[in-house]
Design a protein around this ligand. Structure first.
Ligand code: GLY
Length: 419
């Protein structure tokens, strides 16, 4: 088979790495890919959001399977367009990807079907939203832009001032363009966070092992939100009893709700959960593998991922039984100094040849490969994933390898998986 992976970050590198292990696969392409991916797949210089370009490439190159990994092309209908042209594609349709693409849709879906989530209100004009903030609401409060905002659209406001500033940024200054035209104002809830990803063909649901990411830029969960500074798997908070509740109260009801709404979900559905004192609640859905969660979950998967993708597309997921490496995994993200704000690119990366590859993988996120050398080319640069008999062992092994790598202004958290 010829497989095309759409996207170009650490998640896509983990996908390419795993897809290459399938005996069914002859050639792997990645659009646009990155420096590390270019050593394992043929990178094609087409942005992930250029749906016309991706589809044309897939048709002209007789791609047997396209895997659409990031949120934007899914929300733009990449899977629908590929399928229209006869290309087998993994990922949800545009209608189903709305579960991530519109926070209002997701919250209304949960309300309609009784899926536990924090109470909320929706506003489509600044004056009413500000009025609610200044008169009715308690703090902290969560403010979410309705649409996709590069992972930056969720603000936890400590007080009225921060809340009104967030509303002003989203609804008046339109820093997220159309994505902030409508907002969700949601009660702040607390508890351990867990990410549960599941394969589903719209009927059968196969939950994966759990994971947790670290969204803040600095140690002790301080600093601005990022795309994710590291992750580990499994979550120590996720007991069998919690799993049973999550499946009964959240996972199965969500899949049924999407079917009932005429938007059957096929692909990977990501449940961002909070384990509150009242029980598990949904913080957010993603219509895809999370990043960096994919970098700790995929290395633990023993099955042939391409087989799972095909059976998901064909509605035969009931034939699959997932098998997992019982070891833990930890991923440390190495980022450019300054990320998630302004940062420089183009610094040479050294030490990649010194990595001890036994149970350690280096997934490239923002790198460029030129004349035998790698250079930084993004905010998140590398993800160093290690497997270990315990979470502590995995974390230690990952950090041992991190020590071997350097580039100018390299920044990483020193407390991934340490809580
Ligand atoms: N790590 C969360 C995400 O992929 O959006």
């Amino acid at each position: 088979m010829k497989v095309l992976v759409v996207g170009g970050g650490g998640r896509e590198h983990a996908l390419v790495w795993k897809i290459r292990q399938s005996s069914m696969v002859k050639e792997v392409y990645c659009a646009p890919g990155n420096g590390g991916i270019s050593q394992q797949a043929q990178c094609v210089d087409i942005p992930a959001t250029d749906i016309g370009g991706i589809t044309k490439f897939a048709v002209e190159n007789k791609i047997d399977l396209a895997v659409v990994a990031p949120d934007d092309p899914l929300a733009l209908g990449a899977v629908d367009k590929l399928e229209e042209k006869g290309i087998r594609a993994f990922g949800p349709s545009k209608a189903a990807a709305a579960i991530e693409g519109s926070k209002v849709f997701a919250k209304d879906l949960m309300k309609k079907y009784g899926i536990p989530t924090a109470p909320y209100r929706v506003f489509d004009n600044f004056v009413d939203a500000r009025e609610y903030i200044t008169t009715c609401c308690s703090f902290p409060v969560v403010i979410k832009a309705d649409g996709l905002a590069l992972g930056k659209g969720v603000i936890i406001a400590k007080d009225k001032g921060e809340a009104v500033e967030a509303l002003d940024n989203m609804m008046v200054k339109k820093i997220f363009n159309q994505a902030g035209q409508r907002v969700v104002i949601e009660q702040f809830i607390t508890g351990p966070e867990v990410s549960l990803l599941a394969f589903t063909d719209g009927e059968t649901v196969l939950p994966m092992v759990t994971s947790q990411d670290h969204k803040r830029a600095y140690d002790n969960d301080e600093g601005p939100n990022t795309g994710g500074m590291g992750a580990f798997s499994p979550s120590p908070y996720y007991s069998d009893a919690v799993h049973e509740r999550v499946m009964d109260e959240i996972v199965h009801p969500t899949i049924k709700a999407m079917k009932q709404e005429g938007r059957p979900f096929k692909g990977v559905l990501y449940f961002g959960l909070m384990l509150t004192e009242e029980g598990p609640k949904v913080l957010e859905y993603n219509a895809r593998f999370g990043d960096p969660e994919a970098q700790v979950v995929i290395p633990r998967l023993k099955n042939d991922l391409v087989d799972i993708f095909i059976k998901t597309i064909e509605g035969r997921l009931d034939e699959v039984e997932l098998e997992w490496d019982s070891r833990s995994a930890a991923c440390i993200v190495l980022a450019s100094g300054g990320y998630p704000k302004a940062y420089q690119k183009g610094y040479e990366i050294s030490g990649l040849d010194d990595i001890n590859h036994s149970d350690c993988m280096v997934f490239h996120a923002g790198t460029l490969y030129k004349d035998g050398k790698y250079y930084t080319n993004g905010g998140r640069v590398l993800g160093i994933t290690a497997l270990g008999e315990s979470l502590k062992g995995a974390v230690e092994k990952a950090y041992e390898n991190v020590k071997r790598i350097s580039f100018k202004d390299m920044h990483f958290r020193r407390d991934i998986g340490c809580k």
